[in-house]
Design a protein around this ligand. Structure first.
Ligand code: FES
Ligand SMILES: [Fe+2]
Length: 349
């Protein structure tokens, strides 16, 4: 039985950093439940294609070579161009017009390589935005990157973004953030919120504003302790697992060392929050009809927005209202950090 009612969503997804793809090299990737090959041609353009050679199925990411603007199969030397067309067979005068490699549109922007995934190969429906703070911005620090592999689907993790009440209980924040607005507009969504942060010098008023472009890319602007921009990406490995990556830049404050120190503390706090969320995400059931209370976040609106990214529809033929995780025998002792803390408090010793 499927772990989730959701198939893999379509959109632009982060598949690597520019330096992961050297000119003239091919490498294997696995995203969207598919074996892929990524390569950068002699002119510097990155390509992402289905991995298996249509001739006899060799994996082009394991031994495939790049010659000029073509990738060459390691098995019998067939050649393919960046559009996926067969451009040469070393022992035949003719190419095979039917032998095509599935090809994913790719852009390199904001310091990321992003590929467009759609289950039936529809062309991109929106563009990857240019984020000013991630560009050549004089007021912001260099990028600090973090990344996680989470055994949960995109929607379950993204839903936590509108879940204001969990901050208090999972992350022990002093207060619940106040969602001032949550607006969805086509493939984009925008949330503005304010939150009080405890600091050694007292409680500080902060903001977290998030703009998403489809399921794969969002930008989070934090202000208060340190102005920070986080380019956050989620890439489905398959329908049950994701790779999450953060790219932080901090508005420079005072000298470089101060910015780096405060930035490091900020990244550590976000990292701690991900580690606190992780067991919740990985062990929770997806409830088709959650029981909500006043002041819960805009879950219904979020779910409606999210549903547009499933080209195959959701839960085809599955009538369940509860989608539990599998029984992971070796993971029975995993508990969220909060539960650990209260267990410690309850200890009379
Ligand atoms: S399998 Fe690729 S050329 Fe034969
Ligand atoms: Fe969280």
């Amino acid at each position: 039985m499927d772990r989730y009612p959701f198939p893999i969503p379509f959109g632009w997804f982060h598949v690597g950093y520019p330096e992961d793809f050297a000119v003239g090299a091919a490498k294997p990737l696995y995203y969207f439940g598919r074996h892929l090959v990524a390569w950068r041609d002699a002119e510097g353009a990155p390509h992402v294609q289905d991995a298996f050679c249509p001739h006899l199925g060799a994996h082009l990411g394991h031994g495939g070579t790049v010659e000029g603007c073509e990738i060459v199969c390691p098995f019998h030397g067939w050649r393919f161009d960046g559009e996926g067309a067969n451009t040469g067979i070393p022992y035949s005068d003719r190419t095979n017009r039917k032998a095509r490699l599935g090809t994913y549109p790719v852009v390199e922007r904001n310091g990321l390589v992003m590929a467009w995934y759609h289950p039936s190969g529809e062309p991109p429906m929106w563009e990857v935005p240019e984020v000013a703070e991630l560009g050549d911005h004089p007021d912001f620090s260099t990028v600090v990157r973090t990344g996680y592999r989470i055994d949960a689907c995109w929607q379950e993790m993204a839903e936590t973004g509108v879940d204001s009440a969990h901050f208090r209980f999972v992350h022990n924040t002093a207060s619940v953030p106040e969602i001032e607005s949550y607006v969805t507009d086509g493939y984009e969504s925008d949330m503005r919120s304010s939150q009080k942060f405890p600091t050694p010098r007292g409680v500080m008023e902060g903001r977290i504003d998030t703009h998403a472009w489809g399921p794969g890319l969002s930008v989070v602007w934090f202000s208060g302790i340190i102005d920070t921009v986080n380019l956050a990406t989620t890439t489905p490995i398959d329908a049950e697992r994701c790779e999450v990556r953060f790219n932080f830049r901090f508005r420079t404050m005072g000298d470089e060392a101060t910015t780096a120190n405060v930035g490091r503390a900020f990244v550590a706090e976000v990292d701690k929050q991900v580690q606190e969320d992780r067991p919740i995400w990985e062990h929770k059931a997806h409830l088709v009809r959650p029981a909500l209370a006043d002041h819960d976040g805009p879950f219904t609106k979020f779910r409606k927005w999210a549903s547009q990214f499933y080209a195959e529809g959701t839960a085809a033929g599955d009538e369940r209202l509860v989608f539990p995780p599998p029984y992971w025998e070796d993971r029975m002792d995993e508990v969220p950090a909060k539960a650990t803390a209260s267990a410690r408090n309850a200890d009379p010793g």
